[in-house]
Write a protein that binds this ligand. Structure first.
Ligand code: FDA
Length: 497
């Protein structure tokens, strides 16, 4: 409808967008959410909404003709395969020196992620969000976020016995033998459901290795939590397969938002225009940064300040595998949901999650995703000649992360008499240093915005997603993104609406 007007438009349906929508709706305000990915509410011909990790099909990748798996090789063989181009769930977005993995669909990253729901240690919070009052975060907003997301921790007694966490018990043994603290990491997965999966009484999801391309059961993604609650208010509508391309001041006040409706091949079928009194950018760190940088450079939002597009980091992500001895098998059946980590942040700047390698066969491999204190920050800029936004991240900047991860794994290898796997990321390549799962920054709080996410220069525009966080959270990021969104929306509702 060309004359359409909405009080609030939210761009994106990930953590930030879902928190904003729920709280605004509860305050009595009508909200329209725009999501470029699919709804993910309809089963395919196999009866499942999501495809399995071991057999990625048309549902797996966002507009690619070949999969781009985080682990590209196994025992010397490339494992990527052709798939039909489709608006699949996982985007492996190539941004120059780094591939940024992101969820696409209603629920954003919550659809594809491991659900690891980690609150940073309080002593690290000052470095995560320096302008935010830690007492308020730890007293009010982290608890609110954890409750809203449905976070809980694995039953340690069950962990000790179940086949699907043998890989994590091997991880614990090796961590402890080298003197590193091993910790259980909370998650949004329904642990009671997983117990029933392991017992064979319900359809399997995590225990069938599901992760990356969606979980058919058990995981409380945003679709089951914030978005379900938001829809239940009757005040929130969602348009999937719609992509925002422009936001600019409207003649009569508010903002004109231009939206492309796309089909499942990614082609634009219709372009729509809507006027909104207020617009929340919740398109994720990369999505929001790309929009803002383009809109500033092309004159649509000329008053955005010079911090726009700056302060982007990869949360120090780096991956590696270790080859265990034959007496340390990691298990043929591995839960796709990680539940534990090795904390060497204070001493070595690395927090390593003990990750699954759900291949369905015994690999004797231990696999880890480390979050490190990588100090490098990149900037998004408008490439007028190419008509796109670039990011100046350099692959070599990951060396800092590799060095920090080595503070854990060199020691474990020395103690165990083991070596790194060299076959997972190419041929004779130890480190998965080409990617991140945790993009953060680009519209940093108290820099590109005020201390509550209000964009400078354009009243009524807000940022409320991972782009507010300056590049690192010291742990997995979505609890912090959610808690910050809870804090900011409370203030915005109280003062701006
Ligand atoms: P998020 O990316 O969730 O949502 C943005 C939404 O906006 C997307 O749905 C996108 O399609 C949409 N969008 C973008 N541009 C748009 C446009 N122009 N128009 C309309 N819609 C648009 N974190 C964690 O804490 N624990 C974990 O275990 C993991 N594990 C993990 C695994 C994998 C494989 C990935 C890819 C990521 C994780 N993460 C994670 C990271 C976590 O998922 C991530 O930090 C959050 O989803 C980011 O939340 P945001 O609200 O910032 O955006």
């Amino acid at each position: 409808d060309p004359g359409a007007h909405v009080p609030v438009l939210v761009i994106g349906t990930g953590y930030g967008g879902s928190v904003a929508a729920l709280r605004l709706a509860q305050a009595g305000i009508d909200v329209h959410m725009i999501e470029m990915g699919m709804a993910w509410d309809t089963p395919g011909s196999d009866g499942k909404i999501f495809c399995n990790t071991t057999s990625p099909d048309y549902r797996s990748y966002w507009l690619r003709t070949k999969t781009k798996q985080p682990i590209s090789n196994f025992l010397g063989f490339p494992i990527d395969k052709n798939t039909p181009r489709h608006t699949g769930i996982l985007d492996a977005e190539e941004m120059g020196g780094i591939i940024v993995y992101q969820g696409r669909g209603v629920g954003g990253g919550s659809l594809v992620n491991g659900g690891m729901a980690v609150t940073p240690r309080r002593e690290n919070f000052g470095a995560v969000l320096p302008s935010v009052n830690a007492d308020e975060m730890y007293g009010t907003y982290y608890p609110r976020a954890n409750a809203g997301l449905g976070v809980s921790t694995i039953d340690p007694a069950w962990f000790d016995t179940v086949d699907c966490y043998q890989y994590a018990r091997v991880g614990r043994k090796h961590a402890q033998r080298s003197g590193f603290p091993f910790i259980f990491v909370p998650d949004v997965y329904d642990w009671d459901y997983m117990k029933q999966e392991a017992a064979g009484t319900v359809p399997k999801s995590a225990v069938a290795g599901e992760i990356l391309y969606g979980n058919n059961h058990g995981k409380k993604s945003l679709q089951q939590t914030y978005i379900a609650q938001a829809k239940a208010t009757g005040k929130v509508t969602i348009s999937p397969l719609h992509k925002v391309t422009s936001v600019a001041p409207a003649a009569g006040g508010g903002y004109t938002v231009v939206i492309d409706q796309i089909n499942t091949n990614g082609d634009t079928t219709t372009t729509k225009t809507v006027t909104a009194d207020k617009v929340f950018f919740a398109a994720g760190s990369v999505g929001t940064s790309k929009l803002l940088v383009k809109l500033k450079a092309t004159g649509a939002l000329p008053n955005l300040n010079s911090e726009t597009g700056k302060g982007w980091g990869d949360n120090g992500n780096v991956m590696c595998g270790r080859a265990n001895h034959l007496w340390d098998p990691t298990g043929k059946v591995q839960s796709g949901i990680p539940c534990s980590g090795i904390d060497n942040w204070a001493a070595g700047g690395a927090f390593a999650e003990v990750a699954p390698l759900p291949t369905g066969i015994e690999t004797y491999a231990s696999f880890y995703l480390s979050i490190t204190k990588n100090p490098n920050r990149a900037q998004f800029s408008w490439n007028a000649a190419a008509g796109k936004v670039d990011l100046n991240w350099q692959t070599a900047w990951k060396q800092a992360s590799i060095d920090m991860a080595k503070t854990i794994f060199d020691k474990i290898n020395a103690k165990e008499g083991t070596i790194y796997r060299t076959d997972l990321f190419g041929t004779y390549k130890i480190w998965g240093d080409h990617l991140t799962y945790h993009p953060l920054g680009g519209a940093v709080l108290n820099k590109a915005t005020d201390n509550y996410g209000r964009l400078h220069g354009h009243p009524g525009l807000y940022v409320i997603d991972g782009s507010l966080i300056p590049g690192n959270t010291s742990v997995n990021p979505f609890v912090t993104i959610t808690a910050l969104a809870e804090r900011n929306i409370e203030k915005i509702i109280a003062t701006d609406l």
